[in-house]
Write a protein that binds this ligand. Structure first.
Ligand SMILES: NC(=O)c1ccc[n+]([C@@H]2O[C@H](COP(=O)([O-])OP(=O)(O)OC[C@H]3O[C@@H](n4cnc5c(N)ncnc54)[C@H](OP(=O)(O)O)[C@@H]3O)[C@@H](O)[C@H]2O)c1
Length: 310
């Protein structure tokens, strides 16, 4: 496994992490605890040390499963969890962290992220509380998620003893809105980019030519999966298929490797079972060559105006 420093910190994380929204077993179809535990254990056995979860995933169920799986080797794993944007008032936040620690079966979180900003809570109060909890040893590093550059700057202005190490944002070969301003800013500031939905919630696996998600599936209302979009993105998927044939790496691995090629970016694909986890973790440790990267880029430029990425 290949490892990278997260942002400018000394935290060494695997070049690919494991997203654990699926471990919450809500909104992603039928998922069993056993399958998720196998996905976690296999990933860890094969070198993944970075797991992303959140208090909201399955109302705490994801954190609880992770706590059960890692209890015997807790210190070898970098656990990133998130406080919900609805819990940013200082008293709520302290309670939210205690809840996460209890479910995760630990007395510290490696990376505590604010899941999304909340306009109703003064950011200064939230940041001061997180920094206090970090100084008390309950949080090792502070991260953000879904924050704009202005909001990141505001957070950083309130921190006095530490800085943020990451912003978690949506990023994949077709959803690239962070490239205009966010990615250059994070790169310049040496802040880690944790890429969520790195497979565009499954679309970049190339296994979907039409979809019929259950009403409870989070992708039911995702316009990315509309028939028009699937049609528009097909030429890009065909390029990924060609490169897959040439390299012997699967389409999934090519989509994830494209992200890993960006120095500061750590993708965190969600996996529902051992097979998916095993495929995903093999995206690290090798690189697409310049010509392959250029073919992907050229194909994206051709389709980008036709794809509704929101
Ligand atoms: N901070 C935030 O606001 C935020 C938002 C979203 C996600 N996240 C985090 O990012 C993680 C990943 O993002 P995501 O879950 O939105 O999307 P994703 O990782 O792009 O897609 C995950 C889905 O793709 C399919 N898949 C994964 N690996 C596969 C493989 N090897 N072969 C075939 N299919 C595969 C699975 O669904 P099917 O098998 O059903 O197709 C899986 O549920 C989450 O788990 C969560 O930790 C954070």
């Amino acid at each position: 496994m290949e490892y990278k420093n997260l942002g400018n910190s000394d935290l060494k994380v695997s070049a690919i992490g494991l997203g654990a929204w699926q471990a919450g077993a809500k909104g992603w179809g039928k998922i069993s605890d056993n399958d998720v535990k196998n996905a976690l254990l296999t990933s860890i056995e094969l070198g993944i040390n970075f797991i992303d979860t959140a208090e909201v995933y399955g109302d705490g169920h994801s954190e609880k499963l992770i706590g059960e799986v890692v209890k015997d080797f807790r210190d070898e794993i970098v656990i990133a969890t998130k406080v919900s944007g609805a819990h940013l008032r200082p008293d709520y936040l302290e309670r939210a962290l205690e809840g996460s620690l209890k479910r995760l079966n630990t007395n510290y979180v490696d990376l505590y992220q604010i899941h999304w900003p909340d306009i109703y809570t003064p950011l200064r109060d939230t940041v001061k509380t997180i920094e206090k909890l970090a100084n008390n040893g309950k949080i090792r590093y502070i991260g953000l998620s879904n924050f704009s550059i202005c909001q990141i700057e505001e957070v950083r202005s309130y921190l006095s003893t530490m800085d943020i190490v990451s912003n978690q944002v949506r990023y994949n070969i077709v959803q690239r809105e962070i490239e205009d301003e966010m990615l250059p800013y994070l790169t310049k500031e040496n802040i880690g980019v944790i890429a969520y939905s790195p497979l565009a919630q499954g679309l970049l696996t190339s296994k979907y030519d039409h979809v019929n998600f259950d009403t409870s599936d989070v992708r039911k209302s995702n316009r990315l999966f509309s028939e028009d979009n699937i049609h528009s993105i097909t030429p890009l998927l065909n390029v990924l298929r060609e490169i897959s044939y040439e390299t012997g790496h699967s389409v999934v691995q090519i989509a994830l490797n494209w992200l890993i090629a960006h120095e500061k970016v750590i993708p965190i694909p969600g996996a529902k079972n051992r097979d998916q986890a095993t495929i995903n973790l093999q995206s690290a440790g090798w690189r697409l060559n310049d010509a392959q990267m250029k073919r992907i880029e050229d194909s994206f430029q051709e389709i980008k105006s036709k794809v509704d990425t929101f």
